[in-house]
Write a protein that binds this ligand. Sequence first.
Ligand SMILES: CC(C)=CCC[C@@H](C)[C@H]1CC[C@H]2C3=C(CC[C@]12C)[C@@]1(C)CC[C@H](O)C[C@@H]1CC3
Length: 392
Amino acid sequence: MAPARLENEDHSRDAAFNKAMHGRSAAEKAGFSAMLSKDTSAQKAAVDEYFKHWDNKGADVETDRHREERRAEYATLTRHYYNLATDLYENGWAQSFHFCRFNKGEPFHQALARHEHYLAHMMSLRDGMSVLDVGCGVGGPAREIAKFAGVNITGLNNNDYQIERATRYAQKDGLSDKLKFVKGDFMSFGEKDANSFFQLKQMSFPDNSFDAVYAIEATVHAPALEGVYSEIFRVLKPGGVFGVYEWLMTDKYDNSNPHHKEIRLGIEQGDGISNMVRISEGIAAIKAAGFELEFHEDLAERADPSPWYYPLAGDFRYMSSAWDFFTILRLTRIGRTIIHRLVGGLEMVGIAPPGTQKTADSLAVAADCLVAGGKESLFTPMYLMIARKPKT
Ligand SMILES: CC(C)=CCC[C@@H](C)[C@H]1CC[C@H]2C3=C(CC[C@]12C)[C@@]1(C)CC[C@H](O)C[C@@H]1CC3
């Protein structure tokens, strides 16, 4: 499928919106207080802009046109998704916006860090290397990998609020000399003629800039994997390594099966994704971008004591430590009802900004679909690919 004509990047427009919506909340220490100090009308604009792509466009009525519109506007869709979801992620998860494998009784933050270390290990990251983190969130993985492997990391992100928070956290951790965060899209396309498109704008780095590039559960936001992988290929030095944990539907996924389609769309809507594809397409995309694929494995298929999706399952059978009690409780039926009513109440009395309940509800649907996708082996958030740019 050729990518639809993508919107142009406009950094000053995005910065102005960021200032209007988040104001000084990027400086708030806790995600919860940051969440309550948004500008009401800007937050409403973000909610409208994000949900216009999903409201009344469920799996039963979804058309190719809906998907094309989302792909064409993927940059705004993703930016507004994270304008709305970042504080909820920080409050309800961690500063590392990704899943991980779990060992028996392994503390949550330790498991997240282990997943990051594993990627650094598989990529053979070494002291002093210059590394690009594509879609760096608020910089949790970059801080961990910089400390673990001694590398210098540039984080690329198209959300100003996340960049502000990532920069602040790096300063607090004394890592400002190892980490920097820059604003930018993965890629964008221009129109050649009515039927075809060419890549117009690139990541704002020269060719052959980095020794290594990694992406942790981020490139799924791109409208076409080959497009973003090609950009990564361009900015990597010859002989450089690319490591990615990719979100993919498995090859068991059947788009003509309404149940499968509902799971895929629920994940896309609740996670700001315009176009999620299958494992075979992910592998084809990385090869088409010019990479030599050295290693690939679906880590979700490993026989772990607790599955990657257990914190979202609301099922006490997965409880393996006392801390799990609250993690699991919030996604049980009763936990969800309490959160739904609480957030709705805070919104009604004007403490929480409008749209907070709608966003939280959409995340809860995503959680259900992620769990169903995981249980039925239709989806993986950890398809690991290690690929190299040939030396010549
Ligand atoms: C969107 C992508 C590509 C990656 C993010 C992966 C995960 C960090 C998120 C996916 C679903 C999210 C949910 C939450 C936190 C972050 C995720 C696990 C919550 C647990 C946040 C608190 C809410 O009350 C429930 C959310 C469910 C979904």
